[in-house]
Design a binder for this molecule. Structure first.
Ligand code: CTP
Ligand code: MG
Length: 398
């Protein structure tokens, strides 16, 4: 018979929650992921880590089931495990686990059974990082952009570099942890996790890198995620997103009334272009490119002379209406690129302004505009008018 050395580390697996949000009709830890329960998977990870005392905190009335899972997972380390009954809150369940620690234990790890797929290396890493007076927890960087909000509005942006998402196991030196628990229980204060309770007693908690697989199974979608990971399925092949492109051209002669309107801007002192609307050939070419890409016809059909309400309208009106039509048809604008050929206006100084105006009219889409001359050739080279070409890329909205 192998005599195992008495470990100086214990791990408390809290598994006594009811799993309200999972809604599986049984205590969460006993719900199956595949042919094995959440608790069994958690214990498989625990027993694959370095030898430790393992205390399973079971839901009241389910101690027998928890015992069976412990026996099945422990293998030849069965002497290291035992089951205790949990409490009303997670904090009380941890306290119940603390009551079962062996005398030689100097370091305690507290682990959620619900983090069933936590890699054993994370458990060992936390155990190693616990100091004589300091705790250690695994964290993951926050990837989403975060905002502080009130009921209806954004209050302020929150710098995510200062934030991390806490996981388990969370590890602590035994005596300070027991003292911190005694204080918390005496005061009746509920902490969000063990690290918060330990820190509230004035101790430092280090962080180490957590793992995506250590996510907590909370909702049915989380359970599906765990099933998917265990099925060994490689990430489903992404559904190909097939974009569509459209092209639009427009030509206008100089000779309109008033000042030039082009690319969503007014150009005081520049000769105006003639046309049914304001003659903004850049905007018109964009409209045709977008409508063409979406298969919605063309500018003449939607905004032509049979629509007197658009006579004299400016770029923002056409573009906003076109954006609505394209959006309603299920598309999102990838980008729009435009080039015009003409001797005037001299464009480069107002390029950014023009791109911004067009982008604003298209709900913030990326719009780029360039300009060129034709070396004196053709109607644009002779200064009779300008010619514009636009291409637009649309992608399916979902
Ligand atoms: N836990 C516990 N005792 C409690 C409450 C929770 O041991 N009284 C354990 C859970 O079993 C779980 C971990 O603490 O492993 C994290 O809790 P959570 O994910 O919130 O689980 P539940 O409380 O079971 O779920 P819910 O909040 O949806 O009811
Ligand atoms: Mg809970």
């Amino acid at each position: 018979m192998t005599v195992l050395p008495v470990p100086d580390t214990a791990l408390i697996v809290v598994a006594a929650g009811s799993g309200t949000r999972l809604g599986a009709g049984a205590p969460k830890a006993l719900v199956g992921i595949d042919e094995r329960s959440i608790l069994r998977h958690a214990l498989d990870g625990v027993f694959a880590a370095a030898p430790m005392q393992v205390i399973v905190v079971a839901p009241a009335g389910f101690e027998g089931e928890a015992e069976s899972e412990l026996l099945a997972a422990a293998g030849d380390r069965v002497d290291l495990g035992r089951v205790v009954t949990g409490g009303e809150t997670r904090q009380l369940s941890v306290a119940a686990g603390l009551g079962a620690l062996w005398g030689d234990v100097t370091r305690v790890l507290v682990h959620d059974a619900a983090r069933a797929l936590t890699p054993p290396s994370q458990i060992d890493g936390v155990a190693r990082a616990v100091g004589a007076d300091t705790g250690a927890i695994p964290v993951l960087a926050v990837v989403d952009t975060l905002k502080r909000v009130d009921e209806t509005s954004i209050v302020e942006a929150v710098d995510r570099a200062e934030l991390a998402a806490a996981q388990t196991p969370q590890g602590f030196p035994r005596l300070p942890l027991e003292a911190a628990y005694a204080t918390a229980l005496a005061s009746g204060t509920e902490y969000t996790d063990d690290a918060a309770l330990f820190a509230a007693a004035g101790h430092r908690v280090r962080h180490i890198r957590g793992s995506e697989r250590a996510f907590k199974i909370t909702t049915p979608a989380d359970l599906e995620r765990a099933r998917h990971l265990l099925s060994g399925a490689t990430a489903a092949a992404p559904v190909p997103i097939i974009p569509v492109v459209g092209i639009g051209t427009d030509v206008h002669a100089f000779g309109g009334d008033g000042d030039l309107r082009l690319a969503g801007l007014e150009w005081p002192g520049e000769p105006a272009l003639s046309g049914h609307s304001d003659g903004d050939a850049v905007a018109h070419a964009i409209v045709d490119a977008l409508l063409g890409a979406a298969g919605l016809g063309d500018i003449g059909q939607l905004f032509g002379t049979s629509h007197p309400e658009y006579a004299g309208a400016h770029a923002d009106v056409f573009l906003a209406r076109t954006l609505d039509l394209v959006t309603d048809a299920g598309w999102r604008i990838g980008n729009v690129a435009v080039q015009f050929q003409g001797n005037r206006p001299r464009f480069s100084a107002r390029r950014i302004e023009a791109e911004q105006a067009l982008s604003d009219a298209l709900g913030g889409a990326r719009v780029t505009v360039s300009a060129t001359t034709t070396d004196g050739l053709g109607f644009s080279g002779r200064g009779e008018g300008i010619s514009v070409t636009a291409i637009a890329l649309l992608v399916p909205a979902s």
